[in-house]
Design a protein around this ligand. Structure first.
Ligand code: IMP
Length: 194
């Protein structure tokens, strides 16, 4: 069965391909001829994931899943949340986002936060949502050169290091996205057994 992963990010695609059950042939947006960036206009991670999955299902009539992720900081009432990618404003980059977050947290003692990933799957006329969460805290300064996004300033519970100091294998085994993907895989494997 062909299944679309609604992403243009080839790293994400390759990572997920390795985990797919054998009966699933995973394809990216560009492989189905969808070259546009699907606008993320929702006000929650759930809404954005569904918008992206529905766009593909409605326009290409194909089964599809999409993900959306946010970093939610308790002392900031869940910000940057759904706006994580553009926290410092449109046209700003990851460095600007981290600078803004560290500055907002300068005199904050409760540094607890979590990453949350939502995956929306449209398959056989049904939509299923899968959630993955990793709890941790925002560090006071950047550490580590790996990873992406807020990785240099997020330290998962149980680790001294930030995500940017951990290996990708370790990060994937405990991360928000890793957990959401594992739930998706379990669901797909169960379908193949019925
Ligand atoms: P997306 O929904 O996967 O595109 O994620 C939205 C934003 O959340 C990204 O632009 C990053 O800033 C941040 N983000 C998502 N996943 C991670 C992660 O694993 N580490 C650090 N930041 C992340």
């Amino acid at each position: 069965m062909q299944l679309v992963f609604a992403t243009h990010n080839t790293n994400k695609l390759e990572e997920v391909k390795k985990l797919m059950p054998v009966h699933i042939h995973l394809v990216s947006l560009s492989e189905i001829g969808c070259l546009e960036d699907i606008p993320e206009t929702g006000e929650s991670l759930e809404e954005n994931a569904q918008i992206k999955a529905n766009y593909v299902t409605e326009n290409y009539n194909l089964p599809c899943f999409a993900d959306d992720t946010g970093l939610l900081v308790n002392a900031l009432n869940g910000a940057p949340g759904v706006y994580s990618a553009r926290y410092a404003g449109e046209g700003k980059n990851t460095e600007d986002n981290m600078t803004k977050l560290l500055s907002e947290m300068r005199s904050v003692t409760d540094r607890s936060a979590h990453f949350k990933t939502i995956i929306a799957l449209n398959l056989k006329g049904e939509t299923h949502l899968f959630e993955g969460i990793v709890e941790g805290e925002i560090t006071s300064e950047r550490a580590g050169g790996d990873g992406f996004g807020y990785d240099p300033i997020f330290s998962p519970n149980g680790y001294e290091e930030t995500f940017a100091q951990l290996s990708l294998k370790t990060k994937n085994s405990i991360s928000h996205r890793g957990k959401a993907i594992q739930k998706l895989m379990t669901h797909l494997r169960q379908l193949s057994n019925v």
